[in-house]
Design a protein around this ligand. Structure first.
Ligand SMILES: Cc1ncc(COP(=O)(O)O)c(C=O)c1O
Length: 378
């Protein structure tokens, strides 16, 4: 096990607030901040000359580190400005093929996943409803996906219910009928172990913002090695070209690797904070993080239930560290909790709580007590 006190000391926000909103924005570490300061110093002292011997290599460091973390070869990983752009890049790589024009997703997915297909007049969109408001069972996907399906698009962890979907089974369902499996994994890496090649998914998006404690302005896009060659995105950039430093507008050839999906100069400041966050996550180890988050979540669920709150909660086997508490006035409750230096979030009808590895049992208990005091005010 790791030294919790030393870990907490890495994250200054924890000394000021009870921070339980990592599924929205992971805390900034001193390591990330030091990386950012070093980048700013290089910018001050060396300017653009730092690109050639520092910054381009640092993009490689980040691609390599994140790929390893996801169990994937480095050449299958691309940097992208946001999850939305990463999803759009894949959507723009998948033209309709004759009668294969359907995309199947669910009403529990983050809207940007669904929007990619809603704006495509050539696509017939099937949005699966959720009967329990927590998840969509694999059988519903299996019933909806057939030889007319171009893409099965789903979330790894549902952003508003915390349900962990079985992405390997979703990939099998898609592949059984020749469809592409696209997964929005923003809420998974950093809180649960992820081994992408083992899942068989074709494309997977993630990013440093939340559980990886790396900040906004960057996302990661994995594309399964065997899929890369056939995908030719209709939105592109000089970073995607096989020879970007030829500066030749007369010819364009996609790179052979996943960097063919890149969309121009990445946010360098975030590359540095992301490297700091990723180093810490790597040092802690995802298995240890997962085990600790599980313990904190169990305590949170128990405390809230004992206090009389109703939760919108997946079964234990599919639970993550995102916990939804039903509440008649969630925005008001969140505002009143901020006055008590407790940071959580709200989604329609719910207060959303997301503890991470750096939180303590005391903080969980403090939050539960405070929510009781704040009361269902609506
Ligand atoms: C599951 C999921 N997908 C996508 C997004 C949006 O990502 P971006 O703003 O990088 O497009 C979020 C943001 O909260 C999310 O939780």
């Amino acid at each position: 096990m790791f030294d919790l006190e030393a870990l907490r000391d890495e994250f200054p926000i924890l000394s000021r607030t009870t921070y339980l909103n990592s599924c929205s924005l992971g805390a900034l570490s001193k390591r990330g901040e030091a990386r950012l300061r070093a980048f700013l110093d290089e910018w001050h002292t060396r300017g653009a000359s730092a690109w050639y011997d520092c910054w381009l290599a640092r993009l490689d460091d980040l691609r390599g580190r994140v790929a390893r973390f996801l169990g994937a070869p480095t050449h299958t990983l691309a940097l992208s400005p946001s999850t939305s752009v990463a999803l759009a890049t894949i959507a723009e790589s998948l033209p309709v093929q004759g009668s294969r024009n359907r995309v199947v997703c669910s009403e529990l997915d983050f809207p940007t996943l669904v929007y990619q297909w809603r704006v495509r007049p050539d696509v017939e969109l099937v949005v699966l409803p959720s009967e329990d408001g927590v998840h969509v069972p694999l059988e519903r996907y299996a019933e909806a996906v057939d030889e007319r399906t171009l893409v099965l698009a789903a979330s790894h962890v549902n952003f508003a219910t915390g349900h962990v979907n079985d992405v390997a089974s979703l990939a099998s369902i898609a592949h059984a009928v020749g469809a592409f499996c696209l997964i929005d994994g923003y809420q998974a890496p950093g809180q649960i172990p992820v081994d992408l090649p083992a899942t068989g998914v074709d494309a997977y998006t993630a990013g440093p913002l939340k559980w990886l404690c790396g900040g906004p302005g960057l996302a990661y896009l994995y594309v399964r090695a065997e899929r890369i060659e056939a995908l030719r995105p209709r939105i592109t950039s000089w970073f995607a070209s096989a020879d970007p430093f030829a500066f030749d507008p007369a010819t364009f050839r996609y790179r052979d690797d996943a960097r063919r999906f890149e969309m121009g100069t990445p946010a360098l400041a975030t590359v540095h904070t992301a490297l700091g966050g990723q180093e810490l996550i790597d040092e802690l180890g995802i298995e240890a993080i997962h085990a600790r988050n599980r313990r904190l979540t169990d305590r949170l669920v128990e405390g809230l239930t004992d206090a009389g709150f109703t939760l919108t909660l997946p079964g234990p086997a599919n639970r993550s560290a995102i916990v939804m508490v039903r509440h008649p006035a969630p925005a008001e409750a969140v505002r009143r909790l901020v006055e008590r230096h407790i940071v959580v979030d709200h989604r329609p009808g719910h207060v959303r709580v997301s503890p991470h590895v750096y939180n303590t049992e005391d903080e969980i208990d403090r939050f539960v007590r405070a929510l009781v005091e704040v009361g269902p005010t609506g």
